[in-house]
Design a protein around this ligand. Structure first.
Ligand code: 13P
Length: 254
């Protein structure tokens, strides 16, 4: 079972209603690129508006709370996201881990909340530059995922994606080498197969994230075990994001 490349735009804390025109352009063009699964994770305030615009692309969120409801001022539950039209949620992004102290255990609890609400998951992992320089990138990332990922998931291939985003590559214009990406994605694949079995774990898409641009997308998407990309800055305009989507379609065709 080989799923289509999955190209996801993470708008982070960017976007007001004036950006709905970008979402609309992405949706219209994505229609012509059926070889790729395209999705956007706008800020919470735009989930429902983008959902109303989008006929072809998936809409998701960038985080959720681990409980269904309650006294948590300012938080949003997975059930609320689903109600607003979200189909997936990004969990454990390094910016959440760094800025909000999210632990692997909390990310795991959020995975369970999202699954209960019927959402798909994109679970993020990635090492800091010091960790890579010390030669510990792989064990660090695998330990993150061992705790963050759900313990079982019957439909892992459809329900789950993992995003490997080295922290030093996010928003810096630097990307990991394709050799390093292939090695890390291979290690993540082994963990997914161990946990979810050959058929399901073998088909979970492992996305690369960190300074993906139209210019480097093809090389990255052609790398072994890369099933898509999680894109920050370059997802903020339809033009650059669609350049990455087109690279995904080229790779799928070739
Ligand atoms: O963090 C990222 C996506 O989640 C990557 O961001 P950039 O594409 O801006 O480097």
């Amino acid at each position: 079972m080989a799923l289509r490349p999955y190209i996801v735009g993470n708008w982070k804390m960017n976007g007001t209603r004036s950006m709905l025109s970008e979402a609309r352009s992405i949706d219209r063009s994505a229609q012509r690129l059926m070889k790729v699964e395209v999705a956007l994770a706008p800020p919470y305030t735009l989930i429902h508006p983008v959902h109303r615009e989008a006929e072809q692309i998936g809409v998701g969120a960038q985080d959720c709370h681990h409980e269904v409801e309650g006294a948590h001022t300012g938080d949003i539950s997975a059930t609320m996201l689903a109600d607003a039209g979200a189909k997936f949620v990004i969990l454990g992004h390094s910016e959440r881990r760094q800025n909000h102290g999210e632990t692997d255990e909390l990310v795991n609890a959020k995975c369970h909340a999202a699954i209960s609400a019927g959402l798909k998951l994109i679970v993020c992992c990635g090492e800091a530059e010091e960790t890579r320089n010390a030669g510990n990138a792989e064990p660090f990332v695998i330990a993150q995922l061992r705790t963050s990922l759900p313990e079982t998931l019957d439909d892992a291939a459809e329900r789950l994606a993992v995003a490997y985003e080295p922290i030093w590559a996010i928003g810096t214009g630097r990307t990991a080498t394709t050799d390093d990406i292939a090695a890390m994605h291979g290690a993540i694949r082994a963990l997914l197969v161990e946990r979810f079995g050959e058929e399901q774990g073998g088909a979970v898409r492992i996305l690369y994230g960190g300074s993906v641009k139209p210019e480097n997308a093809r090389e990255i998407l052609e790398t072994a075990d890369v099933g898509g990309a999680l894109v920050g800055g370059a997802s903020l305009t339809a033009e650059s994001f669609l350049g990455i989507v087109a690279a995904g379609a080229d790779v799928q065709e070739s």
